[in-house]
Design a protein around this ligand. Structure first.
Ligand code: COA
Length: 340
């Protein structure tokens, strides 16, 4: 019986730092509001919004290089790619195949996952199932986003655009037949599609109608279609309910309790969501990893970036019980519990 364990982690973010003060020059906002409501102090944006080189696939490539090095593997050892992103380079094809080419992998399978902030958890769920079934041995699981190209940096978009940032993280998930307890212990994934429009980017999509309307009636395309729309309060309330539900479900399935948990790596959506969940579950500060102050919400990239930094900072030791939990657009949510 195979189990899967993480054998390498990596992350990559664009060099360009955008502070809250920088944003206050573009729109009516300020450092105090952003810090108090979200915990974010700065985020990364690619230098030039019109850049076509520093794409989400490219960021994923850089993070993957680090994860492969960390795993002591080469791209030839990888037999499948799962790439989570909501900001792919093209509407189609997806980023997985672009990464296969950039890394020079063999003609392996490459799957894109479109589950937004829960994308990385879903990607891990898929990869874990393939490994447990004995289908693949080393799977590259990637979360990468370029948000900065698609945000509304005017007063109209300030409730959304201050939150999101660019970045990428990656892990190598490998098969093990070891009898020891290391590896993924339980996974859960959930969805509630009736809330699809509470947090969404509607264009491009077939609901818009025939693409010809873009040429014949360009005014049919509104800012609400092309920029993210988010019912912030509504998302917040659902997130603080679903996070703990999913955490408890993952622990219970593995026969563990909250006291057994060594580190929670929550999707970095908003520091207040993480603090609420932390209080509810009576977790001390050292058991919840937070780096949202540096990167904002990087959606599918936020958990693997946090995992990679937590490992670099020595916050994860062999044998630790580590939980990754996410909530986001869809709504979707879920957790991955593992013994490190
Ligand atoms: N700067 C300054 N003021 C802003 C602002 C900004 N960037 N964005 C919104 N405001 C204003 C609003 O216009 C509103 O003003 P009003 O009272 O005069 O109408 C006021 O601040 C409060 O807005 P509101 O949206 O109620 O604030 P909030 O406390 O709900 O915080 C979020 C907004 C987005 C930070 C919060 O709802 C949130 O984080 N939700 C979860 C979102 C999330 O995590 N999404 C990712 C997917 S998991």
């Amino acid at each position: 019986m195979y189990k899967s364990k993480i054998t390498g982690v990596g992350h990559y973010v664009p060099e360009n730092i955008v502070t809250n003060d920088d944003l206050s020059k573009l729109m009516n906002t300020n450092d105090e509001w952003i810090t108090e409501r979200t915990g974010i102090k700065e985020r990364r944006h690619r230098k030039n919004r019109n850049d076509s080189e520093e794409t989400s696939a490219f960021l994923g490539f850089k993070a993957s290089e680090m994860a492969l090095k960390n795993a002591n593997l080469t791209s030839k050892d990888i037999d499948y790619i799962v790439f989570a992103t909501l900001s792919p380079d093209y509407f189609f094809p997806g980023n997985g195949i672009l990464l296969q080419e950039m890394l020079g992998c063999d003609t392996i399978g490459a799957l894109d996952v479109r589950n937004q902030c829960s994308g990385f958890v879903y990607a891990m769920g898929v990869a874990n199932a393939f490994i447990k079934a004995g289908v693949y041995k080393n799977i590259l699981v990637v979360g990468a986003e370029i948000h900065s190209f698609g945000l509304d940096f005017t007063d109209r978009g300030r409730g959304v655009s201050v939150i999101f940032g660019d970045g990428a993280g990656a892990v190598v998930l490998s098969a093990t037949e070891d009898e020891n307890t290391q590896g993924i212990l339980s996974v859960n994934m959930h969805s509630e599609g009736k809330y699809a429009e509470e947090l969404a980017v509607k264009f491009p999509g077939s609901k818009f109608g025939w693409a010809d309307r873009l040429l014949t009636e360009p005014e049919a395309l509104t800012p609400e279609d092309i920029y993210p729309v988010m019912n912030g309060n509504f998302v917040f309330k659902h997130a603080v309910t679903r996070f703990p539900e999913s955490i408890i479900e993952a622990l219970t399935k593995a026969g563990k309790t909250i006291e057994d948990l060594d580190l929670l790596i929550p999707h970095q959506a908003n520091i207040r969501i993480a603090q609420y969940v932390q209080q509810l579950l009576h977790l001390p500060d050292e058991k919840v990893f937070i780096n949202i102050q540096k990167y904002g919400n990087t959606t599918a990239a936020s958990i693997p970036i946090a995992l990679s930094e937590a490992k670099q900072e020595g916050k994860i030791k062999k044998g630790d019980l580590v939980m990754m939990t996410a909530f986001g657009a869809g709504f979707t949510w879920g957790s991955v519990l593992m013994n490190w």
